[in-house]
Write a protein that binds this ligand. Structure first.
Ligand SMILES: Nc1ncnc2c1ncn2[C@@H]1O[C@H](COP(=O)(O)OP(=O)(O)OP(=O)(O)O)[C@@H](O)[C@H]1O
Length: 390
Protein backbone atom coordinates (compact mmCIF):
# COMPACT_ATOMS: atom_id res chain seq x y z
CA UNK A 1 0.00 0.00 0.00
CA UNK A 2 1.11 3.51 -0.63
CA UNK A 3 0.46 6.73 1.18
CA UNK A 4 1.37 8.17 4.54
CA UNK A 5 1.73 5.85 7.47
CA UNK A 6 -1.22 5.39 9.73
CA UNK A 7 -0.49 6.92 13.10
CA UNK A 8 -2.12 6.22 16.37
CA UNK A 9 -3.92 9.41 17.33
CA UNK A 10 -7.65 8.90 17.63
CA UNK A 11 -8.25 12.51 18.50
CA UNK A 12 -5.88 13.68 15.85
CA UNK A 13 -6.64 16.77 13.92
CA UNK A 14 -6.66 17.14 10.18
CA UNK A 15 -4.83 14.86 7.87
CA UNK A 16 -4.32 14.69 4.21
CA UNK A 17 -6.57 12.96 1.69
CA UNK A 18 -4.40 9.93 2.23
CA UNK A 19 -4.07 10.09 5.96
CA UNK A 20 -6.18 8.19 8.43
CA UNK A 21 -8.87 8.57 11.03
CA UNK A 22 -11.02 6.35 13.17
CA UNK A 23 -13.59 6.52 15.91
CA UNK A 24 -16.06 5.56 18.62
CA UNK A 25 -19.82 5.39 19.66
CA UNK A 26 -23.30 6.45 21.25
CA UNK A 27 -26.94 5.44 21.34
CA UNK A 28 -28.81 4.56 18.24
CA UNK A 29 -32.34 5.20 17.05
CA UNK A 30 -34.62 2.85 15.13
CA UNK A 31 -33.20 1.96 11.77
CA UNK A 32 -35.37 2.69 8.75
CA UNK A 33 -36.74 -0.21 6.79
CA UNK A 34 -34.48 -1.29 4.01
CA UNK A 35 -35.31 -0.61 0.44
CA UNK A 36 -35.66 -3.63 -1.76
CA UNK A 37 -32.37 -4.95 -3.03
CA UNK A 38 -31.16 -7.01 -5.82
CA UNK A 39 -28.95 -9.72 -4.45
CA UNK A 40 -27.05 -12.38 -6.32
CA UNK A 41 -27.80 -16.00 -5.53
CA UNK A 42 -26.01 -17.38 -2.53
CA UNK A 43 -25.59 -14.01 -0.87
CA UNK A 44 -26.97 -13.58 2.61
CA UNK A 45 -30.47 -12.14 2.74
CA UNK A 46 -30.16 -9.08 4.91
CA UNK A 47 -33.94 -8.99 5.37
CA UNK A 48 -33.80 -12.24 7.26
CA UNK A 49 -35.62 -11.99 10.60
CA UNK A 50 -32.49 -12.34 12.71
CA UNK A 51 -30.82 -9.37 11.10
CA UNK A 52 -34.00 -7.31 11.20
CA UNK A 53 -34.43 -8.07 14.87
CA UNK A 54 -30.85 -7.18 15.57
CA UNK A 55 -31.31 -3.82 13.93
CA UNK A 56 -34.35 -3.16 16.05
CA UNK A 57 -32.29 -3.34 19.20
CA UNK A 58 -31.92 0.31 20.12
CA UNK A 59 -29.63 -0.06 23.07
CA UNK A 60 -26.53 -1.06 21.18
CA UNK A 61 -25.25 -3.08 24.07
CA UNK A 62 -25.97 -0.74 26.91
CA UNK A 63 -28.21 -2.45 29.43
CA UNK A 64 -31.34 -3.67 27.72
CA UNK A 65 -30.14 -7.28 27.71
CA UNK A 66 -32.52 -8.16 24.90
CA UNK A 67 -30.37 -10.96 23.68
CA UNK A 68 -32.97 -12.05 21.15
CA UNK A 69 -32.07 -8.83 19.35
CA UNK A 70 -28.44 -9.78 19.36
CA UNK A 71 -27.69 -7.57 22.34
CA UNK A 72 -24.80 -8.91 24.38
CA UNK A 73 -25.89 -7.04 27.44
CA UNK A 74 -24.05 -4.26 29.15
CA UNK A 75 -20.89 -3.32 27.40
CA UNK A 76 -20.11 0.31 27.07
CA UNK A 77 -21.42 3.63 28.19
CA UNK A 78 -21.59 6.21 25.47
CA UNK A 79 -20.65 9.85 25.71
CA UNK A 80 -23.75 12.04 25.56
CA UNK A 81 -24.24 14.25 22.56
CA UNK A 82 -24.78 17.95 22.85
CA UNK A 83 -28.45 18.46 21.90
CA UNK A 84 -30.75 16.48 19.65
CA UNK A 85 -29.44 15.15 16.35
CA UNK A 86 -31.90 15.48 13.49
CA UNK A 87 -29.86 13.37 11.05
CA UNK A 88 -26.51 11.67 11.23
CA UNK A 89 -25.40 13.73 8.27
CA UNK A 90 -26.98 16.94 7.07
CA UNK A 91 -25.61 18.82 4.08
CA UNK A 92 -27.13 22.05 2.80
CA UNK A 93 -26.10 23.74 -0.44
CA UNK A 94 -22.49 22.61 -0.05
CA UNK A 95 -20.02 24.21 -2.43
CA UNK A 96 -16.26 23.75 -2.54
CA UNK A 97 -14.29 25.89 -4.98
CA UNK A 98 -10.67 25.75 -5.99
CA UNK A 99 -10.27 29.16 -7.61
CA UNK A 100 -13.00 29.38 -10.23
CA UNK A 101 -13.50 25.63 -10.32
CA UNK A 102 -16.36 24.14 -8.31
CA UNK A 103 -15.34 20.65 -7.17
CA UNK A 104 -18.64 20.43 -5.27
CA UNK A 105 -21.48 22.58 -6.49
CA UNK A 106 -24.59 23.22 -4.38
CA UNK A 107 -25.04 19.72 -2.97
CA UNK A 108 -27.74 19.00 -0.34
CA UNK A 109 -28.73 15.74 1.34
CA UNK A 110 -29.52 14.16 4.69
CA UNK A 111 -28.59 10.72 5.95
CA UNK A 112 -30.58 9.05 8.70
CA UNK A 113 -29.27 6.77 11.38
CA UNK A 114 -28.75 3.21 10.21
CA UNK A 115 -28.67 3.99 6.51
CA UNK A 116 -26.03 2.59 4.19
CA UNK A 117 -25.51 5.09 1.38
CA UNK A 118 -23.26 4.66 -1.65
CA UNK A 119 -21.92 7.71 -3.46
CA UNK A 120 -21.17 7.05 -7.12
CA UNK A 121 -19.71 9.30 -9.75
CA UNK A 122 -17.02 9.49 -12.41
CA UNK A 123 -13.41 10.44 -11.59
CA UNK A 124 -13.29 14.03 -10.45
CA UNK A 125 -17.02 14.18 -9.64
CA UNK A 126 -16.39 15.51 -6.13
CA UNK A 127 -16.90 12.37 -4.05
CA UNK A 128 -13.68 12.52 -2.03
CA UNK A 129 -13.95 16.27 -1.63
CA UNK A 130 -17.43 15.85 -0.16
CA UNK A 131 -16.19 13.13 2.15
CA UNK A 132 -13.21 15.23 3.25
CA UNK A 133 -15.59 18.03 4.21
CA UNK A 134 -17.81 15.63 6.15
CA UNK A 135 -14.70 14.32 7.91
CA UNK A 136 -13.55 17.82 8.80
CA UNK A 137 -10.39 17.65 6.70
CA UNK A 138 -11.51 20.39 4.31
CA UNK A 139 -13.59 23.53 4.79
CA UNK A 140 -16.53 24.26 2.50
CA UNK A 141 -16.45 27.43 0.45
CA UNK A 142 -20.13 27.87 1.30
CA UNK A 143 -23.05 25.87 2.62
CA UNK A 144 -23.65 24.03 5.85
CA UNK A 145 -22.53 20.58 6.95
CA UNK A 146 -23.43 18.75 10.15
CA UNK A 147 -22.27 15.31 11.19
CA UNK A 148 -23.87 14.04 14.41
CA UNK A 149 -25.00 17.60 14.92
CA UNK A 150 -21.51 19.09 14.74
CA UNK A 151 -19.72 21.28 12.25
CA UNK A 152 -16.92 18.81 11.35
CA UNK A 153 -13.86 21.09 11.52
CA UNK A 154 -15.01 22.19 14.94
CA UNK A 155 -15.88 18.69 16.16
CA UNK A 156 -13.89 17.97 19.31
CA UNK A 157 -12.21 14.81 20.45
CA UNK A 158 -15.48 13.20 21.59
CA UNK A 159 -17.08 13.92 18.21
CA UNK A 160 -14.11 12.56 16.32
CA UNK A 161 -14.31 9.40 18.38
CA UNK A 162 -17.84 8.86 17.04
CA UNK A 163 -16.84 9.16 13.40
CA UNK A 164 -14.90 6.31 11.81
CA UNK A 165 -12.97 6.80 8.60
CA UNK A 166 -11.44 4.55 6.00
CA UNK A 167 -9.61 6.79 3.59
CA UNK A 168 -8.77 6.05 0.00
CA UNK A 169 -5.20 5.08 0.70
CA UNK A 170 -3.32 4.40 3.89
CA UNK A 171 -0.18 2.67 5.00
CA UNK A 172 -0.39 0.42 8.01
CA UNK A 173 2.25 -0.37 10.58
CA UNK A 174 3.59 -3.71 9.38
CA UNK A 175 5.40 -5.10 12.42
CA UNK A 176 2.63 -5.53 15.00
CA UNK A 177 0.18 -8.39 14.82
CA UNK A 178 -3.37 -7.58 13.81
CA UNK A 179 -4.63 -7.98 17.38
CA UNK A 180 -1.84 -5.82 18.83
CA UNK A 181 -2.45 -3.04 16.35
CA UNK A 182 -6.16 -3.05 17.16
CA UNK A 183 -5.38 -3.12 20.87
CA UNK A 184 -3.09 -0.08 20.61
CA UNK A 185 -5.67 1.89 18.69
CA UNK A 186 -8.45 0.77 21.02
CA UNK A 187 -6.65 2.41 23.96
CA UNK A 188 -7.10 5.77 22.29
CA UNK A 189 -10.87 5.68 22.54
CA UNK A 190 -13.16 6.15 25.52
CA UNK A 191 -15.41 3.17 24.67
CA UNK A 192 -13.57 0.82 22.38
CA UNK A 193 -15.05 -2.34 20.97
CA UNK A 194 -13.37 -5.48 22.31
CA UNK A 195 -10.58 -6.55 19.96
CA UNK A 196 -12.14 -10.02 19.60
CA UNK A 197 -15.40 -8.45 18.41
CA UNK A 198 -13.59 -6.33 15.84
CA UNK A 199 -11.66 -9.36 14.61
CA UNK A 200 -14.97 -11.15 14.07
CA UNK A 201 -16.51 -8.17 12.32
CA UNK A 202 -13.63 -7.89 9.90
CA UNK A 203 -13.34 -11.66 9.52
CA UNK A 204 -9.71 -11.81 10.66
CA UNK A 205 -10.08 -13.80 13.88
CA UNK A 206 -7.87 -16.54 12.44
CA UNK A 207 -5.16 -14.00 11.68
CA UNK A 208 -5.18 -12.23 15.02
CA UNK A 209 -1.54 -13.18 15.62
CA UNK A 210 -0.37 -12.61 12.09
CA UNK A 211 1.95 -9.68 11.42
CA UNK A 212 0.08 -6.97 9.53
CA UNK A 213 2.88 -6.90 6.96
CA UNK A 214 2.28 -10.57 6.17
CA UNK A 215 -1.37 -10.02 5.24
CA UNK A 216 -2.68 -9.74 1.69
CA UNK A 217 -3.85 -6.39 0.36
CA UNK A 218 -7.48 -7.36 0.88
CA UNK A 219 -6.81 -8.43 4.47
CA UNK A 220 -4.93 -5.18 5.13
CA UNK A 221 -7.92 -3.26 3.83
CA UNK A 222 -10.02 -5.07 6.41
CA UNK A 223 -7.48 -4.10 9.08
CA UNK A 224 -8.07 -0.50 7.91
CA UNK A 225 -11.74 -1.09 8.52
CA UNK A 226 -10.98 -2.65 11.91
CA UNK A 227 -9.01 0.42 12.98
CA UNK A 228 -11.89 2.61 11.86
CA UNK A 229 -14.39 0.71 14.00
CA UNK A 230 -12.32 -0.16 17.07
CA UNK A 231 -13.57 3.05 18.69
CA UNK A 232 -17.18 1.89 18.11
CA UNK A 233 -18.27 4.78 15.90
CA UNK A 234 -21.84 5.79 15.13
CA UNK A 235 -21.04 6.80 11.61
CA UNK A 236 -18.51 5.42 9.19
CA UNK A 237 -17.15 7.11 6.07
CA UNK A 238 -15.49 4.72 3.63
CA UNK A 239 -13.69 6.15 0.61
CA UNK A 240 -13.45 3.44 -2.04
CA UNK A 241 -12.96 0.69 0.54
CA UNK A 242 -12.54 -2.14 -1.96
CA UNK A 243 -10.63 -0.52 -4.81
CA UNK A 244 -7.95 -2.86 -6.08
CA UNK A 245 -9.25 -5.93 -4.27
CA UNK A 246 -10.04 -9.19 -6.04
CA UNK A 247 -13.67 -10.35 -6.15
CA UNK A 248 -13.32 -12.68 -3.17
CA UNK A 249 -11.62 -10.00 -1.05
CA UNK A 250 -14.29 -7.48 -2.03
CA UNK A 251 -17.04 -9.88 -0.97
CA UNK A 252 -15.40 -10.39 2.41
CA UNK A 253 -15.08 -6.65 2.84
CA UNK A 254 -18.76 -6.24 1.91
CA UNK A 255 -19.71 -8.82 4.51
CA UNK A 256 -17.85 -6.81 7.17
CA UNK A 257 -19.58 -3.63 6.09
CA UNK A 258 -22.95 -5.39 6.21
CA UNK A 259 -22.28 -6.72 9.70
CA UNK A 260 -21.45 -3.22 10.90
CA UNK A 261 -24.56 -1.74 9.32
CA UNK A 262 -26.67 -4.54 10.78
CA UNK A 263 -25.24 -3.58 14.17
CA UNK A 264 -26.61 -0.05 13.65
CA UNK A 265 -23.67 1.88 12.22
CA UNK A 266 -24.61 4.51 9.67
CA UNK A 267 -22.35 4.16 6.64
CA UNK A 268 -21.53 6.44 3.74
CA UNK A 269 -19.19 4.96 1.16
CA UNK A 270 -17.86 6.04 -2.18
CA UNK A 271 -17.25 3.48 -4.86
CA UNK A 272 -16.69 3.01 -8.56
CA UNK A 273 -18.16 -0.47 -8.41
CA UNK A 274 -21.80 -0.49 -9.40
CA UNK A 275 -22.25 -4.02 -8.10
CA UNK A 276 -20.91 -2.87 -4.74
CA UNK A 277 -23.49 -0.10 -4.52
CA UNK A 278 -26.18 -2.47 -5.71
CA UNK A 279 -25.23 -5.14 -3.22
CA UNK A 280 -24.68 -2.99 -0.15
CA UNK A 281 -26.61 0.24 -0.31
CA UNK A 282 -30.12 1.24 0.70
CA UNK A 283 -29.60 4.38 -1.24
CA UNK A 284 -27.36 5.64 -3.99
CA UNK A 285 -26.33 9.20 -4.64
CA UNK A 286 -24.68 10.08 -7.94
CA UNK A 287 -22.34 13.04 -8.21
CA UNK A 288 -21.40 14.36 -11.60
CA UNK A 289 -19.18 17.42 -12.10
CA UNK A 290 -19.73 18.39 -8.47
CA UNK A 291 -23.50 18.23 -8.63
CA UNK A 292 -25.85 15.71 -7.08
CA UNK A 293 -27.67 14.31 -10.09
CA UNK A 294 -29.45 11.38 -8.46
CA UNK A 295 -30.44 10.41 -4.92
CA UNK A 296 -32.53 7.29 -4.89
CA UNK A 297 -32.61 3.54 -4.27
CA UNK A 298 -30.75 1.10 -6.51
CA UNK A 299 -34.08 -0.37 -7.66
CA UNK A 300 -35.54 3.04 -8.51
CA UNK A 301 -32.35 3.97 -10.32
CA UNK A 302 -32.53 0.84 -12.44
CA UNK A 303 -36.15 1.56 -13.23
CA UNK A 304 -35.53 5.22 -14.04
CA UNK A 305 -37.04 6.39 -17.28
CA UNK A 306 -39.16 3.26 -17.52
CA UNK A 307 -36.67 1.67 -19.90
CA UNK A 308 -36.58 -2.04 -20.56
CA UNK A 309 -33.59 -3.94 -21.78
CA UNK A 310 -33.79 -6.76 -24.29
CA UNK A 311 -30.87 -9.16 -24.59
CA UNK A 312 -30.77 -12.10 -26.94
CA UNK A 313 -27.60 -13.99 -27.90
CA UNK A 314 -28.01 -14.99 -31.53
CA UNK A 315 -27.52 -18.71 -32.11
CA UNK A 316 -24.71 -19.72 -34.47
CA UNK A 317 -26.03 -19.70 -38.05
CA UNK A 318 -29.14 -17.70 -37.13
CA UNK A 319 -30.75 -15.94 -40.09
CA UNK A 320 -30.56 -12.16 -40.35
CA UNK A 321 -32.78 -10.20 -38.02
CA UNK A 322 -35.18 -7.61 -39.42
CA UNK A 323 -33.42 -4.22 -39.88
CA UNK A 324 -35.20 -2.68 -36.85
CA UNK A 325 -33.42 -5.21 -34.63
CA UNK A 326 -30.25 -5.88 -36.63
CA UNK A 327 -29.07 -2.33 -35.86
CA UNK A 328 -28.78 -3.34 -32.20
CA UNK A 329 -26.59 -6.40 -32.67
CA UNK A 330 -22.98 -6.35 -31.50
CA UNK A 331 -20.83 -9.46 -31.51
CA UNK A 332 -23.83 -11.75 -32.03
CA UNK A 333 -25.71 -10.18 -29.11
CA UNK A 334 -28.97 -8.33 -29.64
CA UNK A 335 -29.05 -5.74 -26.88
CA UNK A 336 -31.28 -2.71 -26.81
CA UNK A 337 -32.98 -0.31 -24.39
CA UNK A 338 -36.49 0.75 -25.15
CA UNK A 339 -39.48 2.43 -23.57
CA UNK A 340 -41.77 0.58 -26.04
CA UNK A 341 -41.12 -3.09 -25.48
CA UNK A 342 -44.17 -4.48 -27.35
CA UNK A 343 -43.11 -3.73 -30.95
CA UNK A 344 -39.61 -5.05 -30.24
CA UNK A 345 -40.93 -8.31 -28.87
CA UNK A 346 -43.48 -8.56 -31.72
CA UNK A 347 -40.69 -8.24 -34.32
CA UNK A 348 -38.52 -10.75 -32.50
CA UNK A 349 -41.31 -13.29 -32.04
CA UNK A 350 -42.34 -12.98 -35.70
CA UNK A 351 -38.72 -13.54 -36.76
CA UNK A 352 -38.33 -16.58 -34.48
CA UNK A 353 -41.68 -18.01 -35.59
CA UNK A 354 -40.85 -17.55 -39.25
CA UNK A 355 -37.51 -19.35 -38.88
CA UNK A 356 -38.83 -21.91 -36.37
CA UNK A 357 -36.37 -20.81 -33.71
CA UNK A 358 -36.84 -20.87 -29.96
CA UNK A 359 -36.18 -17.80 -27.83
CA UNK A 360 -35.17 -19.70 -24.70
CA UNK A 361 -32.19 -17.41 -24.03
CA UNK A 362 -34.14 -14.17 -24.45
CA UNK A 363 -33.81 -11.80 -21.48
CA UNK A 364 -36.13 -8.88 -20.90
CA UNK A 365 -35.91 -6.70 -17.82
CA UNK A 366 -34.92 -3.41 -16.31
CA UNK A 367 -31.46 -2.05 -17.12
CA UNK A 368 -28.60 -2.97 -14.82
CA UNK A 369 -27.52 -0.39 -12.27
CA UNK A 370 -24.47 0.25 -14.43
CA UNK A 371 -26.59 0.95 -17.50
CA UNK A 372 -28.85 3.28 -15.50
CA UNK A 373 -25.80 4.99 -13.97
CA UNK A 374 -24.21 5.58 -17.36
CA UNK A 375 -27.41 7.07 -18.68
CA UNK A 376 -27.61 9.39 -15.65
CA UNK A 377 -23.99 10.55 -15.69
CA UNK A 378 -24.14 11.27 -19.41
CA UNK A 379 -27.18 13.47 -19.08
CA UNK A 380 -28.59 16.36 -17.09
CA UNK A 381 -29.93 15.97 -13.55
CA UNK A 382 -32.84 13.55 -13.29
CA UNK A 383 -35.51 15.26 -11.21
CA UNK A 384 -37.37 11.96 -10.99
CA UNK A 385 -34.47 10.39 -9.14
CA UNK A 386 -34.56 12.74 -6.24
CA UNK A 387 -37.62 12.16 -4.13
CA UNK A 388 -37.84 8.43 -4.13
CA UNK A 389 -35.47 7.39 -1.37
CA UNK A 390 -36.37 6.47 2.22
N1 LIG B 1 -6.63 20.59 -3.53
C1 LIG B 1 -7.19 20.70 -4.74
N2 LIG B 1 -6.88 21.72 -5.55
C2 LIG B 1 -7.44 21.86 -6.77
N3 LIG B 1 -8.35 21.00 -7.27
C3 LIG B 1 -8.70 19.96 -6.50
C4 LIG B 1 -8.13 19.75 -5.22
N4 LIG B 1 -8.68 18.64 -4.68
C5 LIG B 1 -9.53 18.15 -5.62
N5 LIG B 1 -9.54 18.94 -6.69
C6 LIG B 1 -10.33 18.76 -7.91
O1 LIG B 1 -11.68 18.62 -7.54
C7 LIG B 1 -12.33 17.70 -8.39
C8 LIG B 1 -13.02 16.66 -7.54
O2 LIG B 1 -12.02 15.84 -6.96
P1 LIG B 1 -12.41 14.59 -6.05
O3 LIG B 1 -11.14 13.97 -5.60
O4 LIG B 1 -13.37 15.02 -5.02
O5 LIG B 1 -13.15 13.67 -7.12
P2 LIG B 1 -13.62 12.17 -6.93
O6 LIG B 1 -15.04 12.11 -7.37
O7 LIG B 1 -13.34 11.68 -5.56
O8 LIG B 1 -12.70 11.46 -7.99
P3 LIG B 1 -12.07 9.96 -7.99
O9 LIG B 1 -13.20 9.06 -8.30
O10 LIG B 1 -11.07 10.03 -9.08
O11 LIG B 1 -11.45 9.70 -6.64
C9 LIG B 1 -11.28 17.13 -9.31
O12 LIG B 1 -11.36 17.81 -10.55
C10 LIG B 1 -9.99 17.46 -8.62
O13 LIG B 1 -8.94 17.65 -9.53
Amino acid sequence: MTGPRRFADAGCGKQSRQGTGHASTPGIQPVPARADRHRPAGVRDRHAPAAADRRRCRCRHLECGERRHGCQGQRSARPSRAGPVTGVVSVRDLTKRYGDFAAVDGVSFDIDEGQLVAVLGPNGAGKTTTLEILEGFAEPTSGQVRVLGEDPPRGGRAWRAQVGLVLQSTSLETEPTVADLLRVFGRLYPNPRPVAEVLELIDLADDARTRVGALSGGQQRRVDLGLAIIGNPDVLFLDEPTTGLDPEARRRCWASVERLNDAGTTILLTTHYLDEADHLADRVMVLSAGRLVADTTPAAMRASGGLSVVRFPLPVGAPDLPPSLAAHVTERMLSLHTDRIEPVLADLLAWADHHRLELTTLEVGPPSLEEAYLSITHSEPHDALFASHV
